[in-house]
Write a protein that binds this ligand. Sequence first.
Ligand code: NAD
Ligand code: TYD
Length: 353
Amino acid sequence: MQTMERKILITGGAGFIGSHLVRLMVNRYPNYLIVNLDALTYAGNPANLRDIEEAANYRFERVDICDVEAVREVFERHAIDSVIHLAAESHVDRSIDDPFAFARTNVLGTLTLLQVAKERWTDDAQHLFYHVSTDEVYGSLGAEGAFTESSRYEPHSPYSASKASSDHFVRAFHDTFGLPTVISNCSNNYGPYQFPEKLIPLFINNIRERRALPVYGRGENVRDWLYVEDHARAIDLIFHRGRVGETYNIGGSNEWRNIDLVRLLVATTDRLLGRAEGEDDNLITFVRDRAGHDLRYAIDSTKLREELGWHPEVSFEEGIERTVRWYLHNDEWLTAVTSGEYRNYYSRMYDGR
Ligand code: NAD
Ligand code: TYD
């Protein structure tokens, strides 16, 4: 094989955002070796990368980020020079049921990767540990304002507490050991390949199957939505041009109240299915609120826009249209994921290699 310019470990590459990032990096940089390290939990699905899995510059390693020996071995075998770390437990409702799983993967797993990178990167070569985080670490906003990079950390859910803790460990390794790190904190993502436990794919699937749409509380909570490919492009840009030791906020400047978003999803899905307007409005069901439910998130991404020239390329109108179409046209993927069938795909593809 030709000499690779960079050897990048992307963790969590079989998940939602990770699979978009892996696809972008594998296609855009044939001179980079992209090693996707993923434990394939319920949220990881190798079918998300079917189109690039045979690429010459792509490798897959089924490894748990908490397994220090296995992580070390992957670093050594591929001579990894950089990490883009996305592997995490990512769903707030699950973190309420099982906070320990979040402390294990998000805190101890991140610490394991940091420790191995610190051990290995003792030469003068170019290195970067890029940690992908969330706006949820900043807590909840009132009606006004937006989170900047200097907003105070005030996590409320076990998920956001575990991500906040991992961010602190990344900064501590930079400040204490001089590890070259960068962090980005992004707002809510949407798009193809998102596991249908999150609001948008769950509701598209429920509308399709005419099941109730459980809106927490009164649907007054506000989220700032960004198309997943715009997030992947921002990560690529920050990886190459971001300043070491810095933090960058990534957001769509696209705030929606949940109830308004749900109405848009019903209208779009019904239209694309050829159903009459308003036919499925009665699926909207207000249910008991999520415990500790953050009222509003909004991101100020001025730093990223002004310093690196990033801006979202996909409007919300276009992104929602593409997303609903994708889930409706990929009902095989949706059915396989909801039934757990994709695990058989893994056995066929990777076991016994
Ligand atoms: P996801 O749940 O879809 O994917 C997570 C991936 O990590 C899966 O492939 C899973 O198999 C893998 N994984 C989980 N535990 C692991 C472990 N112990 N070892 C190795 N692999 C493991 O998550 P996502 O929505 O793609 O989010 C990716 C990252 O981006 C996370 O760090 C998340 O905090 C962050 N983020 C997500 C959003 C969002 O809206 N989804 C927004 C901002 C930041
Ligand atoms: P989610 O997709 O879980 O992302 P996050 O909690 O990380 O923002 O939820 C988005 C919003 O939708 C959030 O305010 C919770 C709400 N929500 C519901 O009202 N019903 C649901 O079934 C889900 C999954 C989420």
